[in-house]
Design a protein around this ligand. Structure first.
Ligand code: SF4
Ligand code: SF4
Length: 128
């Protein structure tokens, strides 16, 4: 049991301490403010992918699908509505074709927009 004197010291100490939380969304946080190992929106690098599908096999929520395109390259379809941002696919990928960004503002009104195809169309590191 905490003694009243000790409790009072803790209360007084807390009054002058900077809060551990931020006033988001009233005060906007930037992706660059996130800590180093933050797990935000997935990024796919199609030029690195060899189509082994280990990421698909290991994803616990069935959120990622790898498709072969007619040009022989691969695209990733990621359902951000299913993704739990566990990072397992990133760990499973031997080719470093997947990476977690620090992007965290992913809410949309239309949930069809949560299904993102990376690597389709002109080659660039899509999805950003
Ligand atoms: S594990 Fe990596 S290389 Fe294999 S299909 Fe997935 S993204 Fe491509
Ligand atoms: S981060 Fe986790 S849930 Fe999301 S696609 Fe990768 S393995 Fe699946």
């Amino acid at each position: 049991m905490i003694r009243p004197g000790k409790m009072l010291a803790q209360i007084l100490g807390s009054i002058f301490k900077k809060p551990a939380t931020t006033r988001y969304p009233f005060i906007k946080s930037k992706a660059s403010d996130m800590p180093d190992k933050f797990r935000g929106k997935l990024v796919f690098h199609p030029q690195m992918c060899i189509g082994c599908k280990l990421c698909m096999r290991d994803c616990p929520s069935g959120a990622i699908t790898i498709n072969k395109r007619p040009d022989g390259r691969f695209e990733a379809v990621i359902d951000l509505g299913k993704c739990i941002f566990c990072g397992q696919c990133v760990d499973s990928c031997m080719k470093k074709a997947l990476e977690m960004s620090k992007e965290f503002e992913l809410a949309v009104l239309d949930n069809t927009k949560l299904k993102v195809t990376y690597g389709a169309g002109p080659q660039k590191d899509a999805g950003r």
